[in-house]
Design a protein around this ligand. Structure first.
Ligand SMILES: [Fe+2]
Length: 379
């Protein structure tokens, strides 16, 4: 067996009703908690009503910050500037991937004096973050990004140009992940499609990653098996059992992407997501089928039977028992938007293809092949 190292979430409460266990794990010394939520129906939920009453009953100082849109460096700096004077016991993010990443970044910046931009990866003057943070609880309300189990927060920055970059450290994995599928019952259909396809893509890319291990293979395959109900989950939004399966798949995808890395779809979605306002899940969905076809063709040429078998195994979870046919079915069933429909312009494709977005793709693709994926995804 190949040697590996693993970074796993320190503590997780998973399942129906698990949100109501939150006080079992909160360290309460200064008796102050900071909650970040989206502009979502969470604030009308019985879980939120209970949480407010319970914090009052326990004499806790509760501050709530509502955020919308993807996290920007300006937003993180603003929240930190407004909140840094208090001693917080915990930061709690309740929302979709953007809210969870905002909370993760805020918890990591409350002890810092600099802008979060200082610590974003990939700039010539970037500084590494040391991992110090306020105890962070991540409670997803969409079944997609897996942020509750990852060590990075994706932040949009406009300096020196529009980019999405990560704030990353092993210790930034949330101290507590609460995956209560009841929190995602009000998730709208379009969000479920985009986030579900993101989770599927993360699992598939980490399962076929050049950095995959025995452990990530086990977890990714289990997550992919649960994704076989994605179409049913989209068609039966009130079905809690189906939500539980997608929430489990999304949670596993966070663990596998943290440990195995991702491939060409996320490499390209990361660049495009920095340039355009299109949702991350929608970009992944547009790129997925052309990228899988390209990878399979190249693996057939190189004779990599082991990785080809992985694609076949995933295909066998669906009807028809073929991954490319299933992706074609999804394209029509959901439907999945093309890059053109997502208002992505073609004129930057050659530049994007030169940016080495291969990540841990199972097979390295040259700029010409990457350009073909982009053009096919454009429609
Ligand atoms: Fe993703």
């Amino acid at each position: 067996m190949k040697a590996f190292q693993a970074l796993l979430p320190p503590r997780t409460f998973f399942g129906k009703g698990s949100f109501f266990r939150i006080f079992e794990a909160l360290p309460l010394k200064n008796r102050a908690v900071l909650v970040l939520t989206g502009k979502s129906s969470v604030l009308l939920s019985r879980q939120w009503q209970w949480f407010q009453e319970e914090t009052g009953r326990r004499g806790l100082n509760l501050s709530t910050y509502r955020v919308s849109g993807e996290p920007t460096s300006e937003l993180i700096d603003k929240i930190v500037a407004e909140c840094a004077s208090k001693q917080w016991d915990a930061v709690i993010g309740i929302g979709g991937g953007s809210v969870l990443d905002t909370g993760k970044a805020v918890s990591a910046m409350l002890y810092k004096l600099e802008s979060v931009h200082t610590y974003l990866e990939g700039f010539p003057d970037s500084q590494p973050h040391d991992g110090s943070k306020v105890f962070y609880v991540a409670c997803p309300t969409t079944t997609g990004t897996g942020s509750e189990a990852t060590k990075n927060a994706v932040i949009r920055t406009t300096h020196p140009a529009r980019y999405k970059r990560s704030l990353r450290h092993d210790r930034l994995v949330p101290d507590l992940a609460i995956v209560d599928p009841e929190l995602s019952l009000s998730c709208p259909k379009d969000v479920l499609i985009a986030t579900g396809l993101d989770a599927f893509t993360q699992l598939l890319e980490s399962y076929t990653s050049s950095n995959a291990s025995t452990l990530t293979d086990l977890l990714a395959l289990e997550g992919l098996r649960h994704c076989s109900i994605l179409v049913d989950a989209v068609n039966h939004l009130e079905d809690l059992d189906l939500k539980i399966q997608m929430a489990y798949a999304a949670y596993l995808s966070g663990i596998t992407l943290t440990n195995a890395g991702l491939g060409i779809v996320h490499g390209l979605a990361g660049i495009l997501g920095g340039m355009y306002d299109s949702p991350h899940g929608a970009l992944c969905a547009a790129l997925l089928a052309p990228a899988v076809r390209k990878n399979i063709r190249k693996l057939e040429k190189s004779g990599d039977r082991d990785t080809l078998r992985k694609y076949e195994q995933v295909g066998a979870f669906f009807r028809p028992s073929d991954l490319c046919a299933t992706l074609g079915t999804w394209q029509r069933a959901f439907p999945i938007k093309t890059l053109r429909q997502l208002n992505v312009a073609k004129d930057q494709f050659s530049w994007i293809a030169q940016q080495r977005p291969n990540k841990n793709n199972p097979v390295p693709l040259d700029p010409e092949e990457i350009l073909e994926i982009l053009e096919e995804s454009y429609g």
